[in-house]
Design a protein around this ligand. Structure first.
Ligand code: PHE
Length: 352
């Protein structure tokens, strides 16, 4: 075999390697031409070996170096090609997996903040701006805090109105946020308090248009020396006018709560008939919105206050009721259903 033939074979193998378009082609070339049983390369090397055997001594060295050069040339060529093809494959894969950010995204239709929380936050803002503190307490409550400390002992008929979900004989889901007030008073006896307690409350009510077994309340408590009914009345007037505007009339109607004495309810003139009487207000012209009164001396004493020095007022308001009256919402369950069609109606209102 002539040297030129061998060189031609080697460059043919290199050319074959260069022509490979993918890793599979390259492996085929390797198997066919570079392996032990392969043809071209071993033919070329065999040709060289033969030449060495017959060559004069000084030529043998040169030919040996040539064999090595051919081998490393072909191997280099192979390795370089392998790297190139691997990179190519990687790029192709990346291209396939590329995220097309030009596609339009999924349209999530936004509703608005729930009117219940809008009113809650507004009330919190109103009272904190007047210097009130905001407190929270447990929703799973002890009978002692929910009833006993609030002057409602076992078998008191007023418990019926707040019939609740009992976990065991002494533990229940709180029926109002008043226990938060009892807990706050007990923490710092004989200290002035100005607080509100917003939160979820539970009663075993049949769910209908205006009742839900779970609803939101905000209760307020002020205790200090010399607190009287005039403070309560003016606070409530300001609060109600803030929520409903100046056009609505406010009426105080005597009532009964075991934890306040005297007690009353606050009625607001009906938004629909302005006090004349219609279906919405059941002909009375007014709608009851909250319960209030002067803290009963028994409550003050049980919660660690000297009732000869301190007096206080308290009231509790159902937040759903306020939101329903303000926005004309006809069914209390709408607050909890998370229906965007309901929520969307408030988008503009809450932007103001
Ligand atoms: N805790 C009463 C209720 O949930 C509301 C209330 C609070 C009434 C404070 C008077 C004074 O019905």
């Amino acid at each position: 075999m002539e040297l030129a033939e061998i060189e031609a074979l080697v460059s043919k193998i290199k050319q074959d390697i260069e022509c490979c378009e993918c890793l599979k082609d390259l492996v085929d070339v390797k198997n066919e031409q570079l392996g032990k049983k392969s043809t071209f390369f071993s033919v070329a090397l065999e040709g060289l070996n033969q030449m060495i055997r017959t060559a004069p001594i000084e030529e043998k060295k040169k030919l040996g170096a040539l064999i090595n050069k051919f081998k490393t040339d072909v191997l280099d060529c192979y390795n370089k090609k392998e790297i190139v093809l691997k990179e190519k494959l990687e790029l192709e894969k990346l291209k396939e997996e590329e995220i097309d950010i030009s596609l339009p995204g999924n349209d999530y239709s936004a509703g608005s903040k729930n009117p219940l929380f809008v009113i809650r936050d507004e009330i919190i803002k109103f009272f904190t701006s007047l210097g009130y503190d905001v407190y929270a307490g447990p929703e799973v409550e002890n009978d002692h805090y929910n009833f006993e400390l609030l002057n409602t002992p076992k078998d008191h008929p007023a418990r019926d109105m707040q019939d609740s979900f009992y976990i065991d004989e002494r533990t229940l889901l709180r029926t109002h946020t008043s226990p938060v007030q009892a807990r706050t008073m007990l923490k710092n006896p004989n200290t002035p308090i100005k607080m509100i307690a917003p939160g979820k409350t539970y009663r075993r009510d049949d769910d209908d248009l205006t009742h839900s077994h779970q609803f939101m309340q905000i209760e307020c408590l002020v205790v200090d020396e010399g607190i009287n009914l005039a403070h309560l009345k003016s606070t409530l007037e300001k609060f109600m006018h803030h929520i409903f505007g100046m056009k609505r009339t406010i009426k105080f109607v005597p009532s009964y709560f075991p934890f306040t004495e005297p007690s009353f309810e606050v009625n607001v003139s009906c938004a629909n008939c302005h006090g004349k009487g219609c279906n919405m207000c059941k002909g009375t012209g007014y709608i009851e919105v909250l319960g209030a009164g002067m803290v009963h001396p028994n409550v003050l004493r049980m919660c660690g206050y000297d009732d000869t020095r301190f007096s206080g007022f308290a009231f509790g308001v159902g937040v759903e009721r306020l939101a329903m009256l303000r926005y004309g919402i006809d069914d209390i369950r709408r607050f909890y259903q998370n229906d965007v069609r309901f929520l969307k109606q408030f988008k503009e209102e809450f932007r103001k």
